[in-house]
Design a protein around this ligand. Structure first.
Ligand code: ATP
Length: 266
């Protein structure tokens, strides 16, 4: 692995990323030239109206989907240059995922679900480490339970523990609190912020919720596949105001005139 000196503060860097879905007469431009970076140990929220390309951005940054053009650098690895085996290894070793659907295996206990990524990588889970991660997410008492015996918030915390166990450099989260009540959501967001602050992990989170976004160090706003602004040390009110201006919260607010309609749903 090469370490260019000017890359060392970036965990992920996207340059001119385009993503076009579909064929000729049925094309949807989901990402229209996105350039941004996610610094190591930072917590970034990605926001924008429905269909603006948030999930596509996350999928491309995480190497789960391939941009049509442009570059994604994850810890100095140019993702387009990796073959499927190398990409799988990078995702397994360096990336954690937290999605709204928790994707827990119902037949496994909490502890077994959490240690699964390690076992898939052929690594032996250190006993103390598993317990400490379960304690961190407040589920040490539930380690022998199965997912069906837990609440939605507890299941999401298992999914976060599973993402943390491999100590990934970057955690990508898509609406991680979408299914949770306010109090549980706060716990989950606090946990994500804590892992950025203390473990130096880089968190990139898609959300619709200005309060969730206010836990991040930075919010980047997308509209029609383009970055249209960002806020640092955001407050929920400032985020909500920006989202309203982007037309995300009201159908009668027009899109900014600079935004091109990328086609597809709206
Ligand atoms: N597999 C696909 N095939 C065709 N078009 C797609 C595909 N995935 C996404 N799109 C389109 O790309 C655009 C961006 O979608 P994306 O899911 O990234 O938006 P989003 O901002 O995450 O939306 P939401 O907030 O509604 O989840 C949309 O117009 C969507 O319809």
């Amino acid at each position: 692995m090469s370490h260019d000196s000017d890359n060392t503060t970036d965990a992920v860097r996207l340059t001119a990323v385009h993503k076009v879905y579909g064929k000729r007469d049925n094309q949807v431009v989901a990402l229209d030239g996105v350039t941004t970076r996610f610094g190591r140990g930072t917590f970034t929220a990605i926001m924008g109206p429905s269909g603006s390309g948030k999930s596509t951005l996350l999928q491309c940054a995480a190497g789960l989907d391939q941009p049509t053009s442009g570059s994604v650098l994850l810890e100095d690895h140019e993702l387009s240059e990796l073959d499927e085996t190398e990409l799988t290894k990078l995702r397994r070793d360096r990336i954690g995922f937290v999605f709204q659907a928790f994707n827990l295996l119902p037949v496994l206990t909490v502890r077994q679900n959490v240690t699964l990524p390690l076992r898939l990588a052929g690594r032996k889970p250190a006993r103390g480490r598993v317990t400490s991660v379960l304690e961190q997410v407040g589920l040490a008492e539930r380690s022998r339970h199965r997912p069906a015996e837990l609440s939605g918030g507890q299941q999401q915390r298992v999914a976060i523990a599973r993402a943390l166990i491999t100590e990934p450099a970057v955690i990508f989260a898509d609406e991680p609190t979408g299914a949770l009540d306010t109090g549980t959501a706060r716990g989950v967001l606090g946990l994500l912020r804590h892992s950025a602050r203390t473990a130096g992990q880089t968190i990139v989170m898609v959300t619709h919720d200005p309060v969730a976004a206010s836990y991040a160090d930075r919010v980047v706003f997308l509209a029609d596949g383009r970055l249209v602004g960002e806020l640092h040390s955001p407050t929920a009110a400032a985020v909500a105001e920006r989202m309203t201006r982007l037309g995300a919260f009201a159908d009668d607010v027009p899109l900014p005139s600079s935004a091109t309609v990328a086609g597809g749903r709206r």
